[in-house]
Design a protein around this ligand. Structure first.
Ligand code: NAD
Length: 249
């Protein structure tokens, strides 16, 4: 299946690493001009250079997406390149691990800030820009933890469930105005987000996937690009798993 994003401008948050990096590389490979956004501009710049080395077009942008002014500026960066047609609200953090009754308050605020508030800011500022650009498609990066719990991660689980709900709401509101909004739910994907797990925890996680392994960032990117493409023209407001069978157990 050939998917082309020639002539489109994309904004991908958290694109300096892992899943966001894979999505930025694939979007640029399919012809989009990509705003590679990450906390640190130099990290984003590294991805821009990889894209340029493959003949693609991208610009780097730094800033903390839990700050609405930063997200507004990222959207403006995309608009300055010719509009906003594709938006992937992907930046996310794992946060502290503790049961709900002991969860650090500051950790709760941080996780909700990056994993939920930033997705709202992306929609809040991205949708008007997308309407002005003639429409487009949005993917919000949720998780399998947008539909099931995971002991010790109350903030992450709450944020990802909320991202699924927010996705459905925005999709309903803009379905007749040329904007589709979907959520993607990866299981455990082998990215730097999991680097703090020891070998035993990693093996325990692998065993939760009937596929017998962790996922790869490119496997999440493949689904994301399909949902962003016109091939998915009747798909909106839904939550799509890429989980090696995790939720089938
Ligand atoms: P990652 O740590 O490899 O990449 C996340 C990127 O987001 C990093 O480059 C980081 O600098 C950036 N980021 C973090 N906080 C930010 C902030 N406040 N402002 C701007 N950028 C920020 O992680 P990943 O595994 O690629 O995760 C990407 C998304 O996929 C996240 O939303 C995560 O919750 C989700 N996800 C990951 C997995 C997994 O197992 N890896 C599973 C399900 C969902």
């Amino acid at each position: 299946m050939n998917i082309s994003f020639e002539g489109k401008v994309a904004l991908v948050t958290g694109a300096g690493s892992g899943i966001g990096e894979a999505i930025a590389l694939d979007l640029a490979g399919a012809g989009a001009q990509v705003v590679v956004a990450d906390l640190k501009e130099e990290v984003a710049q590294g991805v821009v250079e990889r894209i340029a080395a493959r003949g693609g077009k991208a610009v780097a942008a730094g800033g903390d997406v839990s700050d609405p002014d930063v997200v507004a500026r990222l959207v403006e960066t995309a608009v300055a390149l010719g509009g906003l047609h594709l938006l992937v609200n992907n930046a996310g953090i794992g946060g502290p691990s503790a049961p709900t009754g002991e969860y650090p308050l500051e950790g709760w605020q941080q996780v909700i800030g990056v994993n939920l508030n930033a997705v709202f800011y992306g929609l809040r500022f991205g949708i008007p820009a997308m309407l002005a650009s003639g429409g487009g498609a949005i993917v919000n990066m949720a998780s399998i933890l947008g539909s099931v719990g995971f002991a010790g991660s109350p903030a992450y689980v709450a944020a990802k469930h909320a991202v699924v709900g927010l996705t459905k709401n925005a999709a309903q509101e803009y379905a007749t105005q040329g904007i589709r909004v979907n959520a993607v739910g990866p299981a455990f994907i082998d990215t730097p987000l999991l680097s703090h797990f020891d070998e035993a925890t990693r093996n325990w996680l692998i065993a939760k996937h009937p596929a017998g392994r962790l996922g790869r960032a490119e496997e999440v990117s493949a689904l994301t690009l399909f949902l962003l493409s016109d091939r998915a023209s009747f798909i909106t407001g839904s939550y799509h798993l890429v989980d090696g069978g995790y939720t089938a157990l």
